[in-house]
Design a protein. Structure first.
Length: 380
């Protein structure tokens, strides 16, 4: 991963600065309002991707579209999104059509497509995350182009990414990519709604803070997808914390890569100083099973690299066991960190706010060094 060499959008087509690029596209780009694939547009994008491959850049594709394609074939209302059952059925049919589109399109340029279907659980569980990472590495070594989609045919509401923006960020992290490129229906992040007069494109984001988050809107114009600018900023948060650059560009034109990477039109989120591989994985996890609220002194200590001790905990909620992911919030309810708990929820409730010398009697055994050790925690 050499994301530190990327300082502008045009660097994403430089094979030295960006040897591995993840490209994500949504349903509205791939599928027309009639539920049919936009084959001419896809052919143009595949030609661009083949050009990058010929220049020595490896690519991974994260592609939506299975639900939209399958819903059209099955004649389901509301483009297959009326219910979870409809979405799962549509995805089962659409995944075949989606795989065929990419396989045939890439084959015209002498490239082999490899399909991977993932759920949130596949990348939240550490061992399955590492398995996915190893599979991606081997496919790329063999010269294949992985085409990845969420496995909507089996995923429930509780175990879904919900959009492929965050999936793309997690895939970029797992694959050790230099950058993730999100193809959108706008040029990038604007300082206000892009339809407003005077809205300005933000070309570079060095740090994701509350000012940047306030610029986002959850709206999506097509009605086909499930994401919006909010989900793209969440993806940027996951990617950049793991040391991966993320860019948002306009995918609606005939040659979106030439326009964005050639002319430098879009928004680039610079990578942060990379945490270790395990902490990067922890920071990207999205399904905490509980919440621990801490006092101001504890929050300050965590920010300086301390472990989470029971004495600083003022509130406990959720249903988690030892080793499960929990979120840590300050007294205002703002998430400041997350990590793996050393205790199940009922034991944390028992020792919350207690000093170490009081914990043994409450637990019935000698307490552990911390509720969450700093090595198993990442600041948000």
């Amino acid at each position: 991963m050499v994301a530190h060499l990327i300082g502008k959008l045009t660097d994403l087509r430089d094979t030295r600065a960006c040897p591995l690029l993840v490209v994500k596209l949504g349903s509205s780009l791939l599928v027309g309002p009639d539920g049919q694939p936009r084959e001419a547009w896809l052919a143009g994008l595949v030609k661009e991707l083949a050009g990058l491959h010929a220049a020595g850049q490896k690519t991974i594709i994260v592609s939506s579209g299975a639900i939209a394609l399958g819903a059209a074939q099955l004649g389901l209302p509301e483009r297959g999104r009326r219910s979870l059952a409809d979405a799962q059925a549509a995805a089962s049919v659409g995944q075949i059509a989606l795989a065929r589109l990419w396989s045939e399109g890439l084959a015209r340029h002498g490239l082999v497509a490899a399909q991977m279907l993932l759920t949130l659980d596949d990348l939240e569980d550490r061992s399955r995350y590492l398995n996915a990472s190893a599979t991606l590495e081997r496919l790329l070594e063999a010269g294949a182009v992985p085409v990845i989609n969420e496995n909507d045919s089996v995923a429930t509401e509780e175990i879904r990414f919900g959009d492929n923006d965050r999936l793309a960020a997690r895939v970029g992290q797992a694959a050790g990519a230099s950058a993730v490129l999100l193809l959108s229906d706008v040029d990038g992040l604007f300082d206000r709604n892009p339809s407003d007069d005077g809205a300005k494109l933000v070309p570079i984001v060095e740090q994701l803070d509350e000012t940047i988050r306030a610029m986002a809107t959850a709206e999506t114009a097509s009605g086909l997808g499930s994401g919006g600018m909010v989900s793209k900023l969440q993806a940027a948060d996951i990617a950049t914390r793991a040391g991966v650059v993320l860019a948002i560009v306009n995918g609606t034109c005939d040659t979106p890569l030439d326009r964005s990477l050639g002319e430098g039109i879009g928004t680039l989120f610079l990578a942060q100083s990379g945490a270790g591989a395990r902490k990067g994985w922890l920071g990207g996890r999205m399904a905490p099973l509980g919440t621990l609220r801490v006092d101001a002194g504890c929050a300050e200590a965590l920010g300086k690299g301390a472990s989470l001790l029971a004495a600083g905990i003022v509130g406990v909620s959720g249903n988690f066991g030892r080793g499960d992911l929990v979120k840590i919030c300050n007294v205002k309810g703002q998430a400041i960190a997350q990590g793996l708990s050393e205790y199940p929820v009922h034991e944390v409730q028992a020792i919350a706010g207690k000093r170490a010398d009081e914990q043994a009697e409450l637990l019935g055994y000698a307490p552990r060094a911390a509720v969450i050790h700093r090595d198993h925690m990442v600041m948000l």
